[in-house]
Write a protein that binds this ligand. Structure first.
Ligand SMILES: [Mn+2]
Length: 389
């Protein structure tokens, strides 16, 4: 359970939040993080929005018309924007900012496999993305300025009636049931399916902590595709009892029956499924590229460094566990038992303290260091961070 010190749920405890609100009903938490300074300043956010490796959107509402521009955004364009009615949304800020990553880690009362990313939106008065419905859970944490959120209980078919010709999915009929004015440090949790609209009253940012809910179709299709590569079923089709058929073009009934029987024999074990999920869900997004150290230190020197000052995962690294299997950035490893405890800590906390001894651990961590997935030292020293310093 999370300690009250770094919790973000206010007075409601983790258990009560999960039982009463998670995936069920919204929750407003005033002063979830008192004096929340935000995770990046406006300058840094604009800089990120200018990078080709960062996903961003600029949304403007001008004279009743919505416009949407995907990034990278031009710095000159952002400087020329008017004083009202627009917002800039930057996805995956946690991949570039240690502060954003730290904020995300405060939501560890939800399993890592469910966590998606931290989006930051900067909005000027009147700015917003219009009324819409998301299919995932979100925590909206205000940092600076103020934003008015209006929300509506899920209604049947509401997401089918969209504004025609708009570049965004906007609800045609939006009748809010509740509204909340969020000030710095306030947070609103919204389950999937609740229509909402946030409008900035004063310039400021909202951090959206987003969750991942893979579509059933995606899970099954990905699993089958990967599983197909591992299947080894011996034998070839045979038909010693072939019967003459009037229409030679007709598929022989035996071919259909035999193939169907083969398919019905496919069975998936728990580890087939868990290994797939671990590998698939720990895969970095397509735009993520790691930076291996330019001049990697030797393994003994690395081991000594980690022994003295610990290690930390790169901001972009995803590390998941299932029993004795660990999954890092899409790859599976089954480390020896004695190093499991340390790896579990690293996976849960994303940092590892000093005092490690096992040679097998250093061997594994060294390979990750060389790949740019992990760094020696517990703190993100300047220069050791992301690709865009
Ligand atoms: Mn939304």
């Amino acid at each position: 359970m999370s300690s009250t010190h770094d919790g973000v749920l206010g007075r409601i405890g983790t258990r009560a939040f999960l039982a009463r609100h998670w995936q069920k009903r919204p929750l407003l938490i005033r002063r979830a993080i008192p004096e929340f300074p935000g995770v990046v300043d406006r300058r840094e956010l604009f800089r990120l929005a200018g990078l080709a490796s960062v996903e961003s959107r600029l949304v403007q509402h001008k004279r009743g018309r919505w416009s949407l521009a995907h990034g990278p955004q031009s710095a000159a364009q952002l400087r020329r924007m008017p004083v009202g009615d627009w917002t800039l949304l930057v996805q995956g800020v946690n991949l570039h900012s240690p502060e954003a990553d730290r904020l995300l880690r405060r939501f560890k009362f939800i399993p890592h496999a469910r966590l998606d990313d931290l989006m930051v939106s900067y909005a000027v008065p009147g700015g917003g993305v219009g009324p819409h419905v998301d299919s995932y859970d979100v925590f909206l944490l205000q940092s600076g300025g103020s934003r008015l959120w209006r929300i509506a209980t899920p209604r049947k078919g509401q997401s089918d009636r969209l504004v025609e010709g708009a570049p965004l999915k906007l609800l045609r009929d939006f009748t809010p049931d509740e509204e909340y004015l969020l000030e710095p440090g306030d947070m609103l949790y919204l389950p999937p399916g609740w229509a909402h609209e946030g409008i900035a009253l004063e310039p400021g940012m909202t951090c959206s902590i987003g969750f991942r809910a893979p579509a059933h179709r995606e899970l099954v299709a990905e699993f089958l595709q990967r599983h197909a590569e591992k299947i080894d079923i011996p034998g070839v089709y045979s038909d010693p009892g072939l019967q003459w058929q009037r229409h030679p073009a007709q598929l022989p009934p035996g071919l259909v029956a035999q193939t169907r029987k083969l398919l019905s024999r496919l069975r998936f074990t728990r580890s087939d499924v868990a290994n797939f999920l671990g590998e698939y869900l720990s895969e970095p997004k397509a735009n993520v590229v790691f930076d291996p150290p330019q001049r990697a230190m030797s393994q003994p020197r690395f081991a000594n460094h980690v022994r003295v000052s610990g290690a930390r995962l790169d901001l972009r690294t995803l590390l998941l566990l299932d029993g004795q299997a660990i999954f890092i950035n899409g790859e599976r490893a089954t480390p020896a038992r004695p190093v499991l405890a340390a790896l579990r800590t690293l996976a849960n906390e994303r940092v590892l303290g000093p005092g490690q001894r096992a040679a097998a651990l250093f061997e594994l961590l060294y390979a990750w260091y060389v790949a740019g997935w992990l760094h020696p030292g517990q703190n993100d020293a300047a220069g050791a961070r992301g690709p865009n310093k």
